[in-house]
Design a protein around this ligand. Structure first.
Ligand SMILES: NC(=O)c1ccc[n+]([C@@H]2O[C@H](COP(=O)([O-])OP(=O)(O)OC[C@H]3O[C@@H](n4cnc5c(N)ncnc54)[C@H](OP(=O)(O)O)[C@@H]3O)[C@@H](O)[C@H]2O)c1
Length: 343
C-alpha cells in the first residue's frame, strides 16, 4: 500500500477544567515524518483509550510527566511497521508502544514491543487483556493483592478493561468473585458470561449493604478502580487481614475546584477499618511491571486459549472520534476495553 503524504494527529489544546471537553483537544493534519537511521515508521491501527489520559493532560508530573500544550496526545497503541531503518524491526512487524493519538508514528524503538498477531484485525487484544490493562489486573491482583484460593475478591469497574480481567483471574485462582458495575446489562454480563459469583449495580443499590449481602464473611481482597464512595463502601466490609489494591479512582479524575484547577480525590473516610481489619493498602503502577511482560502475557494467552478467560473490546471507528471516545469512559458508555481505530 502506498503511504499517504499527510496524516491526522490529536494535540492537547487546553488544560481541561473539570470534565474533559472536545475543545481541550485539536485535530491537525501534518506531513508524515521521514524515517531516519535507527528509526521505524509505524502505521498506527488502534489507539488505547485510557482513564489515565485524564491525568496526563494535567500540568506537572505524577508518575509520568504531563502532556505539554500543543503536543501530540499520549496514548498506548498498536500498529504496523511500514518503514524500518532499525536493526530490530522489519517492515510488516506488528508493534505496540506509546505511539500517541495519531495515524503514523516515528520511533527509535525504545519501549516498542513486537506483537505476534496473525493479522491487523487481531491487534486490539494486545492493548486490552494482553496489553497494559491485562498486565495491571494480573500483577495488581497477584503481586499486590496476594490473592489465595478460597478468598473473597471484590473489584470495582468490574465490567471494564482492568476489572473484567481481575475478576476472571480471581475465578481461575479459586476465589469467590464479586463485581461492582453500573447497570443491569453490565452486571448480567459479569455473572452470566464472565463467571463472577455476584454483581452489584452501584447505580441501583446501596453499596455498603450490597457488598455485605454478597460477602457476608467480609472481603479479603478489594481491587479499587473507582475510589471515592465506592472505596469507602469496600473498606466498611473488609475481612481480617484484607488487602486493598489501589489501582485507580476514575470517579475522582475530573474533580476541580471553583477556579477549574484539578482538585484532589476524596480521601477514604473509613480508613480506620484498615486498622481493625489488620489490613494493608497497596498501590500499583503498571509501568513497574513492563520488564515482566512476557511472563504475564504467556499466562493470559494460555487462559484465553483454554477458554478460561474471555476478552471484550469496544471499538470506536475514526480518529475524529477521539474526544468523544475519551468521554465515554467517564460516562460508563464503554463495554469492555475501549479502543479507537485510527487507520
Ligand atoms: N495503576 C495503574 O497502573 C493503572 C493502569 C490501568 C488502569 N488503571 C486504572 O484502572 C481503572 C479502570 O481502567 P480501565 O482502563 O479498565 O477503564 P474501564 O473500566 O474499561 O472504563 C472505565 C469505567 O469506569 C466506570 N466509571 C466511570 N465513572 C465512574 C464513576 N464516577 N463511578 C463509578 N464508576 C465509574 C464506568 O463503568 P460503569 O459503567 O461500571 O460505571 C466506565 O466504563 C481506572 O481508574 C484507571 O485509571 C490504573
Amino acid at each position: 500500500m502506498q503511504e499517504p503524504q499527510q496524516h491526522q494527529i490529536w494535540t492537547l489544546a487546553a488544560r481541561p477544567q473539570g470534565m474533559v471537553k472536545h475543545t481541550d483537544f485539536r485535530l491537525q493534519s501534518s506531513p508524515i515524518p521521514a524515517c531516519r537511521d535507527g528509526q521505524i515508521l509505524v502505521r498506527v491501527h488502534y489507539v488505547s483509550i485510557d482513564p489515565a489520559m485524564r491525568g496526563w493532560v494535567n500540568e506537572g508530573t505524577t508518575y509520568i510527566k504531563g502532556v505539554e500544550l500543543g503536543a501530540t496526545m499520549r496514548a498506548f497503541a498498536v500498529g504496523e511497521v511500514v518503514e524500518s531503518k532499525h536493526s530490530k524491526f522489519v517492515v510488516g512487524n506488528f508493534v505496540s508502544g506509546m505511539f500517541g493519538v495519531q495515524q503514523y508514528a516515528l520511533s527509535d524503538g525504545t519501549g516498542i514491543e513486537i506483537v505476534h498477531a496473525a493479522s491487523a484485525d487481531a491487534l486490539p487484544v494486545f492493548i486490552g487483556a494482553l496489553g497494559m490493562p491485562g498486565m495491571t489486573a494480573y500483577w495488581g491482583l497477584l503481586d499486590k493483592g496476594h490473592v489465595k484460593e478460597g478468598e473473597t475478591v471484590l473489584v470495582s469497574g468490574a465490567a471494564g478493561a482492568v476489572g473484567s480481567v481481575v475478576g476472571q483471574i480471581a475465578n481461575i485462582k479459586g476465589c469467590r468473585t464479586i463485581g461492582i458495575a453500573g447497570g443491569t446489562e453490565k452486571c448480567a454480563y459479569l455473572t452470566r458470561e464472565l463467571g463472577f459469583d455476584a454483581a452489584i449495580d452501584y447505580k441501583a443499590e446501596n453499596l455498603v449493604e450490597g457488598i455485605r449481602r454478597a460477602a457476608p464473611g467480609g472481603v479479603d481482597v478489594y481491587f479499587d478502580n473507582v475510589g471515592g464512595d465506592t472505596l469507602d463502601a469496600a473498606l466498611a466490609n473488609l475481612a481480617r487481614g484484607a488487602r486493598v489494591v489501589i489501582c485507580g479512582a476514575i470517579s475522582q479524575y475530573n474533580n476541580a475546584n471553583e477556579s477549574g484547577e484539578p482538585a484532589p480525590p476524596q480521601g477514604p473516610k473509613n480508613y480506620m477499618k484498615i486498622v481493625t481489619a489488620r489490613g494493608v493498602i497497596n498501590g500499583i503502577i503498571v509501568l513497574d511491571y513492563f520488564d515482566r511482560a512476557s511472563e504475564f502475557r504467556s499466562q493470559i494467552q494460555e487462559w484465553i486459549s483454554a477458554g478460561k478467560l474471555t476478552t471484550k473490546e469496544h471499538i470506536v471507528h475514526n480518529i475524529e472520534q477521539f474526544p468523544s471516545a475519551l468521554l465515554m469512559l467517564f460516562r460508563g458508555e464503554n463495554f469492555g476495553k475501549l479502543i479507537l481505530k485510527v487507520s
